[in-house]
Design a protein around this ligand. Structure first.
Ligand code: BJW
Length: 233
């Protein structure tokens, strides 16, 4: 990798799978998109929240509690190590994951494009707060006191966070690496094509071929805890 300066890494649910966090499109019964017994569309859309806020808040409270018991794995640690040791360029980590395992492993140049579980967003006064207690009873915002807190998660139909920062990082990318994502959800799934258009090398590390596999110069298949440390080291 010595001739490469700027690395952009996109991670998805597969990087956290071996920490015990279910992926979205694999851990189901084959009907596609089932997630903890709920269809993704029933809980991960603004319409679902408007229709049944209690169900959605309960669902996220349950997932927050579960995530806090999980630990970063060898793949998260390897990516944090890469950022700490990389010289002569930048390592930008864009994650679609809403867990905090990259943060806890020590990654700093990190973009949570689909939001974060441990953050809540007040839609009344547009402030963000750290989640501390279940949201099911519609608690008041600490800033404006209105009961308008929602999970700070990018649902289908909403614009992912920090798109300007993502485009900025992509402008200078020499190597684009996609890890543990199915390539099914846009705009994240389109980044590999953008990288190709900009002349970058592209590498996929995944358990199996993803939907965008044809866009990668190279693919390496296996569990993230094995293939990521081998690639980094
Ligand atoms: C392992 C492993 C191991 C397993 N080791 N690997 C039609 C065409 C194109 C686009 C659209 C369309 N209709 C609608 C859209 C847009 C829509 C979209 O993409 N829909 C698709 C379903 C088609 N996208 C949006 O709405 C987005 N917003 C948007 O487009 O705004 C417009 C706009 C954008 C930009 C500028 C201006 C305007 C928003 C998307 C929000 C996604 N939100 C979710 C839910 C979060 C809720 C929560 O977590 O609580 O984010 S959906 C869900 O999918 C979650 C994930 O981040 C995301 C991606 O999933 P991921 O990470 O890829 O997981 P899986 O399960 O799919 O794959 C896991 C992979 O890991 C697999 O490949 C396994 O093999 C592998 N794996 N174990 C290594 N051990």
């Amino acid at each position: 990798m010595s001739h490469l300066r700027n690395i952009v890494i996109l991670t998805g649910a597969g990087v956290s799978a071996e920490s015990g966090i279910d992926t979205f499109r694999d851990a189901n019964d084959g009907r596609g998109g089932l997630w903890e017994q709920h269809r993704v569309e029933d809980v991960a859309t603004p319409e679902a929240f408007a229709r049944n806020p209690g169900l959605v808040q309960r669902f996220y409270d349950m997932r927050r509690a579960a995530i806090q018991t999980k630990q970063p794995n060898a793949a998260h640690h390897a990516l944090a190590r890469l950022e700490a040791q990389w010289r002569g360029g930048t390592v930008t980590l864009i994650t679609q994951n809403v867990d905090d395992l990259h943060d806890r492993a020590g990654s700093h140049n990190l973009i949570h494009m689909h939001g974060e579980h441990l953050s809540v967003w007040c839609t009344a006064c547009d402030t963000r707060h750290r989640w501390t207690a279940p949201l099911i009873d519609g608690p008041a915002c600490p800033t404006c006191a209105r009961p308008a807190l929602r999970p700070d998660i990018v649902w289908f139909g909403e614009v992912p966070y920090r798109m300007d920062d993502i485009h900025q990082a992509m402008r200078d990318v020499d190597l684009f690496v996609s890890i543990g994502t199915s390539g099914a959800v846009y705009p994240a799934a389109g980044l590999v094509r953008m990288a190709r258009d900009l002349g970058a090398q592209t590498l996929e590390l995944n358990l199996e071929r993803s939907q965008g596999s044809a866009w990668f110069h190279e693919s390496r298949f296996g569990p993230a805890t094995q293939v990521v440390p081998v690639w980094v080291d």
